[in-house]
Design a protein around this ligand. Structure first.
Ligand code: ADP
Ligand code: 5GP
Length: 191
């Protein structure tokens, strides 16, 4: 059996990573989205082990010290990390694995797993990013300001990625992401 491939999807909060990945997973049900660990609090409706594994700082630090994360980073004042074990297991089982992680995490994966395919999702403009974040309504005003400030810094990293997808019109951006996936995935005959 061919080993699966690792795909990293990064980009500013609100750029549309979650929306695009959900559509990709609908089209390719054998592809697996890694569930990250985080020290931030669950938002209403978020479930343990579904959106994230929620941990306190101590548990996260213990896991990080034990080498349990493929990568981890502090994002917007909280820690987020990719549990290593399941990612490796799924790739060995022949599934492609998607990581939805920030640009610092992408940098670490680039070093540790040079075969990974990296995709940066870019909003059409900062104004549109702000509009989408406000409409999503999941952050306080302070959190929103922090995410917009971070977006400027993150966008400077875009050139380091294998691909940049501008999420302007959703169906077009989904098609573009899926075309990249098909080209690079051993599951689809690419890679
Ligand atoms: P991220 O996962 O990058 O933080 P989301 O997928 O949550 O971003 O998208 C942020 C918000 O923007 C959501 O409310 C989503 O429905 C909306 N959205 C995503 N893509 C588009 C698009 N192409 N056009 C308009 N709204 C979009
Ligand atoms: P949120 O708190 O909105 O769910 O996520 C905030 C940010 O954390 C997003 O940019 C997301 O990509 C990033 N993130 C989520 N999981 C991980 C992870 O495991 N590692 C890293 N480095 N970033 C992550």
């Amino acid at each position: 059996m061919r080993r699966g491939r690792l795909f990293v999807v990064s980009g500013p909060s609100g750029a549309g990573k979650g929306t695009l990945i959900a559509e990709l997973l609908r089209r390719y049900p054998r592809t697996w989205l890694s569930v990250s660990a985080t020290t931030r609090r669950p938002r209403p409706g978020e479930r343990e082990g579904v959106e994230y594994f929620f941990m306190d700082e101590e548990e996260f630090a213990r896991k990080a010290d034990a080498g349990g994360f493929l990568e981890w980073a502090e994002v917007h004042g909280r820690r987020y990390g990719t549990p290593r074990h399941r990612v490796m297991e799924k790739m060995d089982e022949g599934c492609d694995v998607i990581l939805e992680i920030d640009v610092q995490g992408a940098e670490q994966v680039r070093e540790r797993m040079p075969d990974a395919v990296t995709v940066f999702v870019e909003p059409p403009s900062l104004e549109e990013l702000e509009r989408r974040l406000r409409e999503r309504g999941t952050e306080s005003e302070e959190e929103l300001r922090e995410r917009l400030a971070n977006a400027r810094l993150e966008s400077r990293e875009a050139a380091k990625f294998d691909y940049v997808v501008v999420n302007d019109e959703l169906p077009r951006a989904v098609d573009e992401l899926c075309a990249i996936y098909e080209r690079e995935s051993p599951l689809c005959g690419g890679g």
